[in-house]
Design a protein around this ligand. Structure first.
Ligand code: 6PG
Length: 226
């Protein structure tokens, strides 16, 4: 489903209502809730609103759809962004599963993150962004890790080659789809254009977001402001 909003504020308000309902329902049914978020600038307002919601946060586990290969306290890391804007206020009580262990190399650390992800059940909610080149998480168009990320039947994570400015790791499509609900959170005309192209483009290697939009196993909601 595509939900359009005139302003970011209206989008965030409706998004918060839906997220609180879905996470509370998961906690009521299974005693815990699993939330996957993405980095970038778009989700910052959502994170700060969400962090103040009266959820039973101690029963919520949060992890990241992708991460840059930097130290966990490096401002470029998505972990730093989540700690600064989401794991605050009431949501400070949530559990966070880090994908970063920058004391070891990327491949070794991806292996340890892989084993951590293997412990996590089906996610209740996955929130993805969309890059202007059509990437989502860190599955970039026409890239080797995108192919692996789209086709792997086992790996939960793929590691990009050391490309500037940061090497990245990303959840694979398989692991992202092991979820009950996927959201795309988009803001602005540039992202609306990318979405329109993705809905038209048949080659999802050129437009990874299409691989998610095209799948039929998991409900996907696109929230677009502006
Ligand atoms: C990342 C994000 C990435 C992001 C898009 C959109 O690590 O960069 O996970 O996938 O969602 O690049 O970013 P903006 O919200 O800043 O446009």
């Amino acid at each position: 489903e595509l939900l359009r909003f005139d302003t970011d504020a209206e989008l965030v308000q409706r998004f918060i209502e839906r997220l609180c309902k879905q996470l509370s329902q998961a906690i009521a049914e299974r005693g815990e809730a699993y939330l996957v978020v993405s980095g970038g600038r778009t989700p910052i307002k959502l994170f700060s609103e969400l962090s103040q919601q009266p959820l039973d946060w101690a029963r919520v586990t949060i992890t990241l759809a992708d991460e840059r290969w930097v130290a966990a306290d490096d401002a470029a890391s998505n972990e730093c962004l989540v700690r600064m804007h989401l794991l605050q206020h009431r949501a400070a009580a949530a559990k966070f599963v880090s994908l970063l262990d920058s004391t070891v190399g990327a491949a070794a650390s991806a292996r340890s993150a892989e084993s951590k992800l293997a412990q996590l059940p089906t996610f209740d909610v996955v929130i993805l962004g969309l890059g202007e080149d059509g990437h989502t998480a860190s599955l970039f168009p026409c890239s080797a890790e995108l192919e692996t990320g789209l086709t792997t039947k086992t790996a939960a994570l793929v590691v990009t080659p050391t490309t500037a400015p940061h090497q990245r790791i990303s959840m694979s499509l398989r692991r992202l789809l092991d979820s009950r609900q996927i959201y795309f959170h988009l803001s602005g005309a540039a992202k609306a254009d990318v979405l329109a192209r993705a809905l038209k483009d048949t080659n999802h290697l050129a437009m990874p977001v299409r691989a998610v939009l095209q799948q039929t196993q998991v409900p996907v909601s696109v929230l677009l402001a502006g």
